[in-house]
Design a protein. Sequence first.
Lengths: 367, 284
Amino acid sequence: MSVEVRGVSKTYGSFTALRDINLKIETGELVALLGPSGSGKTTLLRIIAGMDTPDAPAAEGAIADRADGSILFFGEDVATMSVGQRRVGFVFQHYALFKHMTVFDNIAFGLRVRPKSSRPSQSEITDRVHRLLKLIQLEGFGQRFPMQLSGGQRQRVALARALAIEPRILLLDEPFGALDAKVRQSLREWLRRLHEEMHTTTVLVTHDQEEALEVADRVVVMNQAKIEQVGSPAEVFHHPASEFVIDFLGNVNVFHGRIAGGDFQPGPLSANLPQLQSVGANATKIYVRPHEMKIARSKEDADAIEATVERINRAGVNAKIHLQTNQNDQVRVDLPLDQLDALALEIGERVYFKPIQARVFAPDYTI
Amino acid sequence: MANDKLKADSVDPWWVRWLLIGATVGFMVFLLVLPLGVIFWEAIRKGWGVYVKALTDRSARNAIMLSLVAAGISVPLNFLFGLAAAWATTKYTFPGKSLLISMIDLPFAISPIIAGLMYVLVFGLQGWLGATLASWGIQVIFAVPGVVLATIFVTFPFVARELIPLMQEQGSEEEWAAISLGASGWQTFLKVTLPNIKWAILYGVLLCNARAMGEFGAVSVVSSNIRGRTNTIPLQIDALYNDYNTAAAFALASILATLGIITLIAKTLLEQKIERQNGQEEST
């Protein structure tokens, strides 16, 4: 195992950035730390890198056989290691390229600053930089300065610079956050291909759920200083462990309702649904993804809910339909274009929708 | 920048523009250029012989020397201090940081006369430390060390004030990048930080030097105006002028004026350099 985070907490004054985080990252995997800003994901990355230190464990909180608040690289506690000694490749959101140096000198930097005894020879450095330039598809750009490159090119140079020191772990802090959508998409795919080739253990911080789900082997969803869920992209998307995760990973309709008879049944919702808005002792929220709905022009099912078509957006694979219920709730339904055409919906029309699948996260209740 | 020009040219009618430009140029000529010209004119009015003699006179040479010594000590010290202060306040967080930053500006807020008096009160014979220092045979006030101290005080903020905003804006990501690549603190400073701030340092040093050479108020209090011993160039000019020795006074004044013009030109060039470097950052 490459990285192990054991009971790490971090507070800045009265702000808690991380609360007792435990995480294991296997060798060769690409893990995404996903969460909104302020969730602690960047703090965790910086602590792994050594740019920040975890809080010292509270004396009474420490369990004897567990090293609280420590980071292990390949089983070795790195608490006393400086950033440089940890040999991590760190890539920043805003590239942090040395702007007064050429691309070549930027990539060679990590090799040239080594003490004489471990510094590669001039020709070895040249060789390695050229190999890296080839890897990032920027051969012939060695003598350019960072300001002469596009954002995507700069970030590739930053990655090559980090890879030049043959890092034990690659840490990427919102690497594509400053790029536009098109470049981001292609760099994402490129990064994935690169990872298949090199298999460097990689931790990627992002607030972009699409990016995390597309690139990572495993996704760590973070919220408010805690880990909400760890799992493969498919797992976290299809089996979200909490309200936060389902809400954060894509669009979701939230219905406030209650479970009739105190009996809760996972899976398709039954006749309970029309009692939306009612408040009972067992009031709860029901989560339905926009594509997990069906729409009909007539009330085919007894439990279908009546609504008015407010807006139809046909851009994309699915049409996005905004409905308004009689209780003035906004509901979003994603419908394949051919189904929409078959229905021939018009704005202002009365329709009936029904969730095909729904999820409930009862307090202290996990499915 | 092309946009700025476009905007300025397209708004006001021509006569408003010419009136404003004319008024500005008029003020500049009457209040700045003409008086400056008079200095040079008065300096050489009585001929080159008088001019050269005024500058090579023993007390004049001493004044020039003392000004160079005062600047020569205070500028490097303030360079080091400015760098340390900028580094400490932009790369670290510690309690009282914002107080420290505002304290750096103290010499700008205090009248130089007061600054001089403070040193007299501390180091003068009747002051806190004066008697002790005198018993060790060290005289600060009314001697060269006092002049140097006063100069350091008034030039204190120049380098730090240039560097702090720049380094704040640049942040420390590049430094972190260098450190993560295995560079030592010293390597990071030399290869990453310094190239990013070198023009701003030069700018601060330049202004610091101009002020060090030209300071009158604070130095005048701690110096006893002993010609040939504790007079700097500005003090010597004042003394000569009070003696109605205008030719000599203006001759020395022409040196300071020349220094001022050179400073102005160098400052403009540096500003362009800094702007270009910052422009690079914005696009990076």
